[in-house]
Design a protein around this ligand. Structure first.
Ligand code: GTP
Ligand code: MG
Length: 426
């Protein structure tokens, strides 16, 4: 399975069903009361985070996802069926941006986190809803409200408790294989791991936690050398970083240099990442030269206040105390919040209900959510619906405002692509 961590999709909610105009027919009653049912509401579009996915790959075959449309109302007060909601599952850790503005909208940061993205259109009301003491036989019904759509950029930043870092060949994947259910590829050539891989550790007597393995880092990674920084973001949100450092080297100073190289790359990529709790797994302790190198390495690392565990990922030796320590960290530490998307209070500014602006070609463009919806929901083939449309515009104060603009009687007024002549409104 391919690993994909960025994707553009379009989410579309369902259209509301149209309301119906009909009258009861009964024996001996020439014309009964209004009985047109309302249309069903259109389906909503949701995103839902799940731990069952670890890549956006499954979503990459389709660009547009649609919720179902509501069906039209029927005679005999039959309400139309609701459109089916669409729930698109994404991996936990998916960040949701408005693709047009690049604004971060949501951080789907836990399993089961379900977020409404676009609401379905409301069903239009049937003529039965319009009857009143003054209007006993209304011939008017609303059309269904159209659905809405938004283009989203999804960005996955995996959420793991512990992130692995180290040079290529240090033994990160061997470690992940040894201690988790994951089976990443292991080989004695650099850059064996090409994509982030998650594994879950289930230590005895401690809650399970999750480890992310990423491709090895080399000097210059932050400038794109090797596999670069493409995958560093996947350990950006972890609680702690486990440095895997090979102790096997002819040069006894090499392990510390290697550790420093990787630390520097983390720091250059993100200062926050370098500030995270760091633990060291001094690996390949089963090899003869490792013992000696380890003593010098440990001394220097401990001087710097770092916790070091000697292990052999190949034989499993020493991994139990390390896992216990990591389990503790995972339980104690919190994820460093990536963003304030879900918490930040959004400030709402006052938006006037509509705007009337003169265009270069002389037409007058009217914009505004309510007035646009009113146009969409009006059936202009029905004279009664048009009367209702006009009285609604009056209620909104729109007619009064329209009287104030300096327009000629035959000027074009464009509301949601419906073109009117100025004089039609008076
Ligand atoms: N003797 C010994 N060999 C090990 C140990 N851990 C890993 N190796 C070997 O080191 C080589 C590299 O191991 P990997 O686990 O693929 O290394 P990696 O850090 O994931 O490498 P990249 O994916 O390239 O970043 C393989 O040949 C492993 O068998 C160990 O504890 N002892
Ligand atoms: Mg690897």
């Amino acid at each position: 399975m391919k690993f994909i961590d960025e994707l553009i999709i379009t989410a579309v909610s369902g259209k509301g069903g149209d309301g119906m105009v009909s009258f009861r027919r009964e024996k001996y009653v020439p014309m009964g009361g209004p009985s047109g049912g309302s249309g069903g509401d259109g389906g909503d579009f949701y995103l839902e985070a799940t731990d069952d996915l670890t890549t956006l790959y499954d979503l990459s075959f389709k660009r547009t996802y649609r919720a179902g449309n509501g069906t039209n109302g029927g005679s005999k007060d039959m309400t139309g069926a609701l459109g089916e909601d669409f729930i698109l599952k994404v991996p936990t850790g998916t960040l949701v941006y408005d693709a047009d503005t690049n604004e971060l909208l949501y951080d789907l940061d836990h399993n089961g986190h379900k977020q409404l993205i676009v609401k379905g259109g409301k069903g239009g009301r049937g003529n039965a809803s319009f009857s009143s003491s003054v209007m006993r036989a209304p011939r008017v019904a609303e059309k269904g409200e159209p659905g809405d759509s938004i283009t989203l950029k999804l960005e996955l930043k995996l959420l793991a408790d512990i992130g692995l870092a180290g040079l290529p060949n240090a033994g990160k994947s061997t470690f992940l294989r040894a201690v988790t259910n994951a089976k990443p590829k292991v080989a004695d050539y650099p850059f064996t791991t090409l994509n982030p891989i998650l594994g879950i550790v289930k230590p005895e007597g401690a809650p399970s936690f999750c480890i992310a393995d990423i491709p090895g880092l080399i000097e210059g990674a932050h400038e794109g050398v090797g596999l670069g920084t493409r995958f560093l973001k996947h350990i950006e949100r972890t609680k702690a970083v486990l440095h895997v450092v090979s102790m096997s080297d002819i040069d006894p100073e090499e392990p510390l240099k290697n550790y420093d190289t990787v630390s520097k790359e983390l720091d250059k990529f993100s200062h926050d990442l370098a500030q995270k709790t760091a633990v060291i797994a001094a690996n390949k302790m089963d090899l003869p030269e490792s013992k000696e190198n380890y003593e010098a390495f440990k001394e220097e690392a401990e001087k710097r206040g770092l916790k070091v565990f000697p292990i052999s990922a190949a034989t499993g030796e020493g991994t139990i105390p390390l896992l216990k320590y990591l389990a503790q960290l995972a339980a104690q530490l919190k994820y460093i919040p990536q963003d304030k998307a879900n918490k930040e209070e959004k400030l709402y500014e006052f938006i006037p209900p509509y705007k009337i602006e003169k265009q270069e070609d002389g037409t007058w463009l009217v914009t505004g959510a309510d007035i646009t919806r009113l146009v969409y929901m009006t059936d202009f083939t029905n004279p009664d619906a048009i009367l209702r449309f006009k009285s609604k515009l009056k209620q909104m104060g729109f007619i009064e405002d329209l009287a104030l603009i300096e327009a000629e009687p035959e000027d074009t007024i464009d509301i949601a692509n419906m073109l009117f002549e100025y004089r039609e409104f008076f």
